[in-house]
Design a protein around this ligand. Structure first.
Ligand SMILES: Nc1ncnc2c1ncn2[C@@H]1O[C@H](COP(=O)(O)OP(=O)(O)OP(=O)(O)O)[C@@H](O)[C@H]1O
Ligand SMILES: [Mg+2]
Length: 550
């Protein structure tokens, strides 16, 4: 653990870091910043929420001269929300040095982006589709780019961006620095690395052994039809400050956010079928706390950093362990504690155990919260809210009526009635969700070679899924986050290791993955159809027989 002053950074960069409140570097920053400052290519892996953005952002900003007028750095992200967020963090770090950065993503009016490009940003943060659009219009040219970062590199591969990335990078001078970052680094990332990186340094913050998690993980076994009631009880019992609930499909997200609103929760949904305006609004409301429940597809699983997210709930289990790791990684960030719950239908318990095995993390089984626990939780929150008001003394104008009431009625009855009113039971609103099919772990098939799952620092060597058809097994592993978070240094990390995956690529580079993953929807209604998570280009659906749907 170092202070940032030890890296020999520009005073203006240091000032920005101080202003952000970063006191010490995180382990990934410790290791990456000197290498990145040297100009070497880099593959950086560290657990969710440990400051990978600054790990590549600080060296970039440090290096770029303020007088630079050309685009010299390009950062690519898999989703629009992440492009916006990374641009914001880069913007904060670059404030005093006066480096200009610009997010470029689908869904935003292109004219606006073209106007902003005229201000000569030195750093562009973009999603591949819109970047290509600008490149084709010649509104962005990459001839002078000296640094490239692929954030969530493995996800960019999985989303079928390989062809786009290849096209984009073919326009960037070979004489450049290229860096890949993610919490999960499956071996097939090597394909990307071999193609685009030169003698990369591998930096990974991985624990030697499983250590205590910062994210408290539990699951509840529940039938599909009981999920919603279980969810409202869970929300009542836990009363999260901010929660993200992941659903499998866009339809699911729509239905769930509407149902939660009907039951009186302050919730809204995020998925790729919404307009960019709607997406921006939902994110803004969630970030400023005007809603406290964000219901989302996996579009929100990667990279998003919203401070104060205390809970992640997998309303539907994710298809693969990487997705699980990234989803629950939306809480427990920057050394804070977080709580993750997953709903598991009886037929999905094998899949849950598979996730446990791969992530080397026991996920504790908990009962469905009882009505009594739910009520107790809700009442506790109401009482806390009342006490806050009492302390604020912002109630003087209500005293007159209070005195009158107390003259006529019993004080306990009065207060209990007021609590009942504020608690606002809306249990009578009936909710009907379209059921989702369970996810099931694939069974080992001896005739198909399994590359298995391997863990760094663990003896586990066997995959319990195998590939099917032309798609060979792709697997990964992870280790849980360490409690140490910032400052502890033991730095547990995700040690993803995916068996060599050589599945056939479709035209657009989309790789139908063994076991599939939780893409948004694979039903046949448009609201539940597969989409590219950046929402800007549609790709072919993964082969449906990659999934066990029933
Ligand atoms: N040195 C530091 N000290 C304190 N906070 C930090 C430091 N570096 C980064 N942070 C904060 O930690 C949070 C998480 O950082 P960031 O989003 O970069 O994580 P990440 O490793 O990219 O996670 P993910 O894998 O989910 O993308 C951010 O709010 C960031 O501002
Ligand atoms: Mg990140």
């Amino acid at each position: 653990m170092k202070t940032f002053a030890e890296f020999g950074l520009d005073a203006k960069v240091l000032q920005a870091i101080t202003e952000l409140g970063f006191e010490e570097s995180t382990p990934i920053q410790d290791k990456s910043i000197p290498i990145a400052m040297n100009g070497s290519d880099l593959i950086g892996q560290a657990q969710t929420g440990t400051g990978k953005t600054a790990a590549f952002g600080i060296p970039l900003i440090n290096k770029i001269p303020s007088s630079e007028e050309r685009i010299v750095a390009l950062i690519m992200t898999p989703t629009r929300e992440l492009a916006i967020q990374v641009a914001e963090e880069i913007g904060k770090l670059a404030r005093f040095k006066g480096i200009r950065s610009l997010p470029i993503y689908g869904g935003q009016e292109i004219g606006r982006q073209i106007r902003a490009l005229k201000k000569r940003p030195q750093i562009i943060i973009g999603t591949p589709g819109r970047l290509l659009d600008h490149i084709n219009r010649k509104t962005i040219k990459l001839d002078d780019v000296q640094h490239v970062v692929l954030d969530e590199a493995d996800e960019m591969l999985d989303m079928g961006f390989m062809e786009d990335i290849t096209s984009i990078l073919s326009l960037v001078p070979a004489e450049r620095q290229t860096m890949l970052f993610s919490a999960t680094m499956p071996p097939n990332i090597q394909r990307l690395a071999q193609q685009f990186l030169r003698n990369p340094e591998h930096v990974s913050v991985i624990p030697k052994q499983v250590s205590a998690p910062t994210i408290d993980q539990s699951y509840i076994e529940v039938h599909e039809r009981q999920k919603f009631d279980a969810l409202s009880r869970l929300l009542d019992m836990e009363s999260p400050d901010l929660a993200i609930i992941f659903g499998r499909t866009k339809r699911r997200v729509d239905e769930l956010s509407e149902a939660l609103q009907k039951r009186g929760y302050s919730a809204d949904g995020l998925h790729g079928d919404l307009s960019q305006n709607q997406r921006d609004n939902v994110m803004r409301k969630f970030r400023d706390g005007s809603i406290d429940v964000l219901v989302a597809t996996d579009v929100a699983a990667r990279g998003l950093d919203v401070s104060g997210v205390t809970h992640v709930i997998n309303f539907d289990l994710p298809q693969d362990p990487e997705s699980y790791v990234h989803r629950i990684g939306r809480t427990g960030r920057a050394g804070k504690e977080g709580t993750a719950w997953s709903f598991v239908t009886p037929r999905e318990t094998d899949h849950l155990h598979f996730i446990e095995k791969v992530t080397r993390q026991r996920i504790a089984k908990k009962p469905v919260p009882s009505l009594a626990e739910a009520i107790e939780g809700k009442q506790r929150i109401t009482a806390e809210r009342i006490l806050e008001v009492v302390q604020g003394e912002n109630f003087v104008e209500y005293k007159g009526v209070a005195i009158q009431l107390l003259e006529q009625y019993d004080s306990v009855n009065l207060l209990a009635s007021a609590i009942a009113l504020i608690t606002g039971e809306k249990k009578d609103v009936s909710i009907e969700l379209t059921p989702e099919d369970p996810i099931r772990a694939k069974k080992r098939r001896p005739d198909v070679r399994s590359s298995g799952r391997r863990f760094t620092g663990s003896g586990y060597g066997g995959g319990n899924r195998t590939g099917s058809g032309s798609s060979s097994s792709s697997s990964s592993s992870s280790a849980p986050r360490g409690r140490s978070g910032y400052g502890g240094g033991s730095g547990s990390g995700y040690a993803g290791n995916r068996g060599s995956s050589s599945s056939s690529s479709s035209r657009d580079g989309y790789k139908p993955r063994e076991g599939g993953r939780s893409y948004e929807g694979r039903g046949n209604s448009s609201s539940s159809s597969y989409e590219n998570r950046s929402g800007e280009q549609r790709r072919s659906k993964p082969a449906s027989d990659d999934f066990v749907n029933n």
